[in-house]
Ligand binder design. Structure first.
Ligand code: CIR
Length: 256
């Protein structure tokens, strides 16, 4: 059984961090409705959804992916690159402690979960504006005893590594080649996004189902043509906050 941890949209989301996007008005009610529909898609994919209450004083707290890296063996609470987001980790630690032993990335290291792509026992971490060498080295030290390799991957032009690449089926990655060089991922099958949908590389694979934004129909057709079972969700309000589908949940295997 998989558990998906989510957090309701903050009433303060209008003050979210923005790096590559111009600020646009976010309709809070609509964002919340879209987030609930996203939670339903997680449930359809077979997850038990643990939905946490909104934290109105933390604008980006709906994007729970960034505050932890959860493996079967351990949960690593991050130290987000954006200072405004650092208090989010203390809110998540007791939740994850129900399921895993927890450990923390320490200053001066920074790491955002959005930069962490796990392909089996290989973990790739974006060297982005949010995650640095110190954070990556600390993650490596925590996970190597469990048999994981950690490889830093340069990203440019986007917020996180997973803005540029995600796993969309076992052994298959969907890439925006303008933002990351897929050669870094070694022996995987690479699919490219449609060039006119630059944000289309972020999908959330849960079991054999891909939760995927409704706003990228051309890339979605490519995925479906490849036999991938796509569940399209409208996350347009969350996209205005530079969010996508992986970032709104932490999906973990229930081990006991
Ligand atoms: C931020 O800039 O931190 C948020 N506004 C968006 C975070 C999106 N996170 C993700 O894609 N993993």
């Amino acid at each position: 059984m998989q558990i998906a941890i989510t957090r309701a949209v903050s009433a303060g989301i209008a003050a979210c961090e923005l790096t590559h996007l111009e600020r646009q008005a976010i309709d809070l009610d609509r964002a919340r409705a879209q987030h609930r529909a996203y939670e339903e898609s997680l449930a359809r994919a077979g997850c038990r959804v643990e939905s946490l209450p909104a934290l109105d004083e933390l604008p980006d707290s709906v994007f729970v992916e960034d505050v932890a890296v959860v493996l079967d063996e351990i949960a690593v609470l991050t130290r987000p690159g954006a200072e405004s987001r650092r208090p989010e980790t203390a809110q998540m630690a007791p939740i994850l402690a129900k399921y895993r032993r927890v450990t923390f990335i320490q200053a001066p290291g920074t790491l955002d979960g959005g930069d962490v792509l796990r392909l089996g026992r290989r973990i790739f971490v974006g060297l982005s504006g949010r995650s640095d060498e110190h954070g990556i080295e600390q993650l490596r030290a925590v996970v190597w005893p469990y048999g994981y390799t950690v490889t830093a991957v340069p990203v440019s032009g986007c917020l996180h590594l997973k803005s540029a690449v995600t796993e969309v089926a076992p052994g298959v990655v969907l890439v925006n080649p303008a933002w990351v060089d897929a050669a870094a991922f070694g022996d995987v099958r690479v699919m490219e996004i449609e060039a006119d949908e630059p944000y289309a590389a972020n999908g959330l694979l849960v079991g054999s189902r891909l939760i995927y934004p409704a706003s990228f129909p051309r890339t979605r057709r490519r995925l479906e043509a490849a036999g991938i079972d796509v569940d399209a969700v409208d996350v347009s309000e969350l996209q205005k906050a530079e969010g996508a589908v992986t970032c709104c949940s932490l999906v973990l295997l229930r081990l006991k």
